[in-house]
Design a protein around this ligand. Structure first.
Ligand SMILES: [Zn+2]
Length: 336
């Protein structure tokens, strides 16, 4: 399922709610199916630092000056006066689009994979605007951004080399999927509004992650690459939660799938990085907000056995839902 037109309305509503509720990343609807990983090359991730996508993300950030969901971690960077016309174009065209709008995702994929200046976009107006802004960006800011991006990549590469294959197998197994074929392109950039990272699979899989957000720095980079990649198959988990909720006669707990996704990548990152590692959701206080406060201990007691290989995915989800809905458990007991 690669097209934006496949997005279901309920899913979009949930996504919209999540965008408002969560200080993190977002994703588009998922692959309809995933295939065997057995004959795939070992390199599941391809990390890049590219000028055009960095410039585009920064222009978008400035154009969204009135958008309250801009990336909040970074210190503000002054707008280059030479960018006025380009930012005006971005304001007119893109500032009001959701960050996962297929038009923005398509531009991001084009810029990430552009071979040269003439290739950055088939849209003449956009290409001219980007080229104009690049004149000063290339000289003033890009060297610093590129250096930070490359340092980020150099920091995470040995962790991926060491733990990547095992974590892929562990997360795939816990999620009852085969890891998606091919490599996931990861663009390391300065700005990723609004949460510092995002993953899309429309028109093709692409993760963007911020090298300037301290939340994604150091060992967290390993966990968050896997968290982002998990969005490529999170529909499996959501389907399971929706079906088990229906069978129990309870509403789907809002955002539970995302809390489980965080917990899972965090659990396996900690397993490899050691006890002193604090998973992202814990470090960033996500489990101290709203319903997630209730979710965390229940995910720990009922979902974690799944991560240890002790229960089936459906059984673990059922146990989570029962614990979240104690009345349901009592009425089930009465029926028996
Ligand atoms: Zn996420």
């Amino acid at each position: 399922m690669k097209s934006g037109s496949d997005h279901s309305a309920p899913r979009n509503l949930v996504l919209a709610a999540l965008l408002l509720a969560l200080p993190h990343c977002t994703t588009t609807p998922q692959h309809a199916g995933v295939s065997s990983v057995s004959n795939e090359p070992r390199a599941a991730f391809e990390l890049h630092s590219g000028m055009w996508i960095n410039l585009h993300q920064e222009l978008l950030h400035h154009a969204r000056s009135t958008w309250k969901w801009r990336h909040r971690v970074l210190p503000e960077r002054p707008i280059d006066p030479a960018w006025k016309n380009t930012i005006d174009l971005y304001r007119t065209r893109y500032a009001e689009l959701e960050n996962l709008d297929v038009r923005l995702s398509s531009i991001a994929v084009d810029l990430a994979t552009a071979n040269g200046e003439g290739d950055v976009s088939s849209d003449n107006e956009l290409r001219a605007a980007l080229s104009s802004a690049a004149e000063t960006y290339r000289r003033k800011q890009w060297p610093e951004d590129d250096r930070r991006n490359r340092e980020w990549i150099e920091r995470v590469t040995p962790l991926l080399d060491r733990y990547g294959d095992t974590m892929r197998e562990e997360i795939a197994s816990a999620s009852d999927i085969s890891w998606p074929k091919g490599t996931l392109r990861i663009e390391v950039v300065t700005f990723v509004d609004p949460f510092g990272a995002q993953t899309t699979d429309v028109p093709s899989p692409l993760t963007m992650i911020s090298s300037a957000d301290p939340g994604y720095a150091g060992d967290a980079s390993l966990e968050m690459i896997f968290h982002e990649a998990s969005h490529l198959f999170d529909d499996q988990l959501r389907k399971g939660i929706i079906e088990e909720s229906r069978q129990l006669g309870v509403p789907e707990p809002e955002g539970l799938w995302h809390a489980i996704l965080f917990y899972t990548a965090g659990y396996f990152a900690k397993k490899h990085l050691g006890e002193s590692y604090v998973p992202y959701a814990e470090a960033q206080g996500l489990f101290k907000r709203g319903d997630w406060t209730r979710y965390q201990p229940i995910i720990a007691s009922e979902w974690e056995p799944r991560l240890r290989g002790g229960t089936s995915l459906r059984e673990a989800l059922r146990n989570v839902l029962r614990k979240l809905n104690p009345r349901t458990t009592r009425s089930e007991a009465k029926v028996r």
